[in-house]
Design a protein around this ligand. Structure first.
Ligand code: 9D3
Length: 246
């Protein structure tokens, strides 16, 4: 997969793709990341990256010309047509399903905005879709683009090792993960649950499964309802789970 990233602050991406699974995927040739400075397309007269909003109001708006010209030029750097994603607080919220969809693309072009927003004509002119990483306010799209790259990389076939991919399966069940413990067996009086030291693998499996189910029910009733629904599609309402309205 090739990922191009367009930003006013490309320096922010320096270290983040040079560690861990993303680094390994790049080294293995599974992932190519190219960052681009929007200022490369703001050289001419009046070619600022931002301008005041029509209709007034606070803050600045990212100008449409350099953005569109940059997206077109970057698109031509490779034979594959990129899927263009504008990171935006107004976008479709990223979840593992969206991540999986993006991971199937041969090429992404992530556009990270700054200021109050991007001229509305940008999305229509480039076919960009808007994606948000959650309902909180960031200072710009760069950190969100890092989140997308990190999550998508994990789903590129071969990017994640066998031991790490077991963890992915557990997310796919729709449950939160069970607790983890390692040595020592007792620390400041806090004990590891004895079943985990028992050597009884079936008992361990059952314990972890039950932990996952209870943890999910308590912390994430939204996930739990979806989980219960997908397990028992035609079952009667479960008296333990129903009407636990939030
Ligand atoms: C004052 C109104 N704000 C909208 C909530 C303006 C505004 C805040 C933050 C406009 C842009 C930004 C910068 N944020 C992003 O570029 C961004 C973002 C985010 O703030 N939250 C979650 N996902 C994303 S993706 C890009």
């Amino acid at each position: 997969m090739r990922v191009d990233i367009l930003s006013l602050l490309p320096g922010m991406f320096g270290e983040v793709f040079d560690h861990g699974i993303v680094r390994r995927a790049r080294q293995a040739g599974l992932l190519q990341i190219e960052t681009h400075a929007l200022t490369d397309w703001t050289e001419g007269r009046f070619q600022r990256a931002d301008d005041a909003p029509y209709g007034g109001g606070p803050g600045m708006v990212m100008r449409v010309e350099p953005l569109v010209e940059a997206v077109e030029a970057i698109g031509e750097l490779d034979a594959a047509e990129p899927r263009v994603v504008l990171l935006s607080p107004r976008g479709r919220q990223l979840d593992q399903e969206v991540v999986a969809e993006l991971a199937r693309e041969p090429r992404l072009l992530l556009v990270a905005g700054r200021y109050e927003g991007v001229d509305e004509r940008f999305t229509g002119l480039t076919g960009a879709e808007e994606i948000s990483v959650g309902d909180y306010v960031l200072s710009g799209g760069e950190v969100a683009a890092m989140v997308v790259v990190d999550a998508v990389t994990r789903l590129i076939p071969g990017a994640v090792g066998d031991s790490e991919s077991v963890v992915q399966e557990s997310f796919a069940t729709g449950l939160l993960e069970h607790a983890h413990y390692t040595r020592p067996p007792v620390f400041r009086g806090e004990e590891v649950p004895p079943v985990l030291l028992s050597g009884n693998h079936q008992a361990v499996r059952r314990f972890r499964r039950e932990q996952s189910v209870q943890l999910t029910r308590n912390r994430r009733p939204d996930l739990f309802r979806a989980f219960a629904g997908q397990r028992e599609p035609a079952s009667k309402p479960n008296p333990d789970t129903k009407e636990r309205s939030s």
